[in-house]
Design a protein around this ligand. Structure first.
Ligand code: GLP
Length: 252
């Protein structure tokens, strides 16, 4: 495991954008695993800027998003499909037929989960998986207690996650109670994983995931078992790590 600590959230976005661009330029038909949430927004903005400068193309890239709310269609502004259009897909040359996001309106969600996992398997799983981190240590929507052996599945969201994500919904609208998420095992199939965490609110989850025991109670702790993980943290998210683990790289 590698830990990169940089001064601020914009430097995390810069560093990760460079890693993504390097990967796409080396392997144009990369399979990319993508997260949503507030943390990756500046990353997507950087990627769009780099694309506009003509320094990267998404034309042959295949993407798989980690998760989607059950009950929300692409027209709902808080759906992850709409988020991805707004922040990345709507601004770059990606081929829509290579985009994969679980269908929040699938009439048979269990079947949708099986088909999603099957599509991941056929694509060979991501070359590069980017992850955010929930305040309770979740990855994708794999809440504490999710078996490490889980594949893409249907989940009931914890109250704390619904509360944390309420800000993305129009006032007065309740966030959904369920979602479809890639499982812990599906995520662990990726060849390389970059985890992004910024801000004080993530510091405890970061410390538990990196320093604590590997336990299903902290889903991100499973990443200690993956051979190629880099954590990208700003100073605030890293501040509960040992001083020698949070040396700040100020070159970005
Ligand atoms: C949601 C997403 C996760 C994301 C997490 C953190 O629950 N399903 O994939 O990592 O939120 O989000 P944020 O970056 O907004 O803190």
């Amino acid at each position: 495991m590698q830990i990169r600590v940089v001064a601020q959230a914009s430097s995390v976005a810069e560093g990760v954008a460079r890693e993504v661009v390097r990967q796409l330029n080396k392997k144009p038909d990369t399979v990319l695993g993508l997260p949503t949430g507030a943390t990756p927004e500046p990353l997507y903005q950087k990627l769009v800027e780099i694309y506009r400068r003509g320094q990267v193309s998404f034309a042959q890239v295949t993407t798989f998003n980690l998760d989607e709310y059950l009950g929300l269609g692409p027209d709902h502004p808080a759906s992850y499909r709409a988020y991805m259009e707004r922040h990345l897909f709507g601004h770059v040359d990606i081929d829509p037929s290579r985009i994969h996001i679980p269908d929040g309106l699938a009439p048979d969600p269990d079947r949708e989960c099986q088909e999603y996992e099957e599509a991941l398997r056929r694509a060979g799983y991501p070359d590069l998986q980017i992850l955010g981190l929930g305040r309770n240590g979740h990855i994708g929507f794999n809440e504490p207690g999710t078996p490490f052996g889980s594949l893409t599945h249907r989940v009931r969201l914890t109250e704390s996650t619904r509360e944390a994500n309420r800000r993305f919904f129009p006032p007065g609208e309740e966030p959904p109670t369920e979602a479809i998420t890639m499982g812990v095992r599906s995520i662990m199939q990726a060849r390389r994983i970059l985890v992004l965490a910024t801000g004080e609110a993530k510091a405890e989850a970061v410390a538990k995931a990196i320093l604590g025991p590997v336990t299903e109670e902290v889903p991100a702790s499973v990443l200690q078992l993956h051979p190629n993980v880099t954590w990208w943290l700003d100073e605030a998210a890293a501040h509960l790590l040992e001083p020698d683990l949070r040396w700040v790289d100020r070159s970005l």
